[in-house]
Design a protein around this ligand. Sequence first.
Ligand SMILES: [Zn+2]
Length: 91
Amino acid sequence: MYGTMNIIPAGNSVICGAELDSAQRPADEKTLAPLPQHDVEMILMEIDPICKMEVDPKTAKWKSNYGGKDFFFCAPGCKKAFDKDPQKYLK
Ligand SMILES: [Zn+2]
């Protein structure tokens, strides 16, 4: 659906029209290979050693460093449990 031109205020339509013109040339649509570049995100997930949940280190709020390695947790409770007895979870 690209029918947004109708609801764009007249003041912006010129700029927006120009952008659409260059961004949506038919030639581009054909040459653009259907590579799912935005779907395939190379996220290296860390495993929460407590509950074995996958945790994204980029967004993880709780982490601990033990033995020179970073560990990531899904919740403060998991970090707490790990900090209390890291060895127990690193078997
Ligand atoms: Zn957890």
